[in-house]
Design a protein around this ligand. Structure first.
Ligand code: G6P
Length: 426
């Protein structure tokens, strides 16, 4: 059987050693023959790629190549993993600080911060997907690039490549809940529903049996001890286990106050962590993924990616939680909208599994955020100020038209180099 070519766009990410470690361990039945790390930043590529090469030199069965040439990386690929950050940390920090001036949480994927990030990222991801149509039309695009749900929505609406959006949150929740149940994560299945970074677990099975009540009681007990991100009364009100990103909705004002008091944003912290990681990676005696990579938030991302690739390649008919076109799985949302739900994975890709309707008390939030996401994709494609304003106005965290206008002016200006679609005259 022909070995696989896996291309990683944004291969200079500090997360890459986690992916390389996963690829080296042969557990996943992945006959990778060639792995190409591509990045536009040659220095990062050399440092991260250097560590990746040292890791691969003992025991990897694949050839590892580094390149700054995207087309070379994509040519003939079977799987493309996208994990890039348009504008780097500087742009993230602006995404996190601008909304604070308008009384809205500053977060890189949720709310107006995620909006700016989406507008910068969608055109670049579509360029990559267009290259894929030409250079590897049968390949799957596994997208981690944030905001992953919106970016995947844009890809599936405007390009023919087989794109799948992935996030580490579902895998993280599975591990967390398995820990509560003292179960093997591989034996735990979640009835998981919503959008990327806007999701709830409403059912749990462990080793084939219903384990939701036990998992839910464990969550409530932890909440009572102050060991969970949400209060026991919120959990009891929801009767579901919310994912971490719902804090930005359910605890909006508290988080906003915390962020305003904080000496620095998460992006500023991450910039420091990344600097430390890169100096570790540059040490020629290091040949393994350092423990301190755990200080970044994306734990389990490589497990999610490689298990998904293996399920497709080996036609496993397994269930994975992915960002996929709804196609009627969630009756409360449009068929063409991208949702984050369990899907059956086989050699043809991902097929969302039919889901029960959303509980009434979260339906409005999910629908409103989906409308915002659709408008965001439209704004990114058209470079139309009016559509951008409509997107912000539709977002449940934006309190007024005045704030929407102020936000748009600031976001547009802060992202000027990355938003040519809004600055070219008609
Ligand atoms: C979570 C999210 C990812 C995000 C990461 C941020 O795991 O699911 O989408 O990229 O956190 O972590 P960071 O270390 O960059 O704050």
């Amino acid at each position: 059987m022909k070995g696989l070519k896996i291309a990683v766009i944004g291969g200079g990410s500090v997360y890459t050693p986690e992916l390389i470690a996963g690829l080296i361990s042969s557990e996943l039945e992945l006959p990778a023959e060639s792995v190409v790390l591509m990045d536009i930043d040659p220095e990062r590529l050399e440092i991260v790629g250097g560590l990746a090469k040292r890791m691969a030199s003992s025991g990897a069965k694949f050839r590892l190549e580094l390149t700054t040439d995207r087309r070379q990386a994509l040519a003939g690929a079977d799987f493309v993993i996208a994990q890039l950050r348009v504008g780097g940390m500087a742009a993230r920090i602006l995404d996190e600080t601008t909304p604070l001036k308008f009384g809205v949480v500053g977060q890189e994927t949720t709310g107006p911060g995620g909006f700016g990030k989406a507008l910068r990222t969608i055109p670049i991801m579509l360029d990559i997907a267009e290259d894929m149509e030409e250079l590897c039309p049968e390949a799957f695009l596994i997208n981690f690039t944030n905001p992953s749900g919106i970016v995947t929505d844009a890809l599936l609406r405007h390009n023919r490549v087989r794109s799948i959006g992935l996030c580490n949150v579902p895998m993280g929740m599975r591990h967390m809940i398995a820990g509560w149940l003292d179960a093997d994560p591989a034996e735990v299945e979640l009835d998981y529903v919503g959008l990327n970074h806007l999701s709830w677990v409403r059912g749990v099975r462990s080793a084939g049996g219903d384990a939701f009540d036990r998992a839910f009681s464990a969550a409530v007990a932890r909440a009572q001890q102050g060991e969970f991100a949400f209060s026991a009364s919120l959990l009891e009100t929801l009767a579901m286990i919310p994912s971490y990103y719902l804090r930005y909705y359910y605890q909006h004002d508290g988080i906003l106050a915390e962020q305003k008091r904080a000496a620095r944003t998460r992006g500023e912290e991450v910039r420091e962590i990344d600097g430390e990681l890169l100096s570790l990676y540059a040490d020629p005696s290091l040949a393994t993924k350092p423990e301190s990579l755990n200080r970044r938030g994306g734990a389990h991302y490589s497990t999610a990616a490689l298990a998904l690739i293996s399920a497709i390649h080996n036609d496993k008919r397994e269930v994975h939680i992915v960002n996929v076109r709804n196609a009627g799985a969630l009756p409360d949302l449009p068929r063409e909208a991208v949702v984050e739900v369990p899907a059956l994975v086989d050699g043809d890709g991902v097929h969302p599994l039919a889901s029960k309707p959303l509980p009434l008390y979260v339906r409005g939030l999910v629908q409103a955020v989906k409308v915002y996401e659709e408008l965001t994709v439209e704004a990114a494609m058209k470079g139309d100020d009016r559509v951008a304003l409509r997107a912000l106005l539709a977002h449940p965290l934006v309190p007024s038209f005045d704030s929407a206008q102020g936000l748009w002016e600031s976001i547009k200006e802060a992202n000027r180099p990355y938003l040519p679609q809004f600055f070219t005259s008609p």
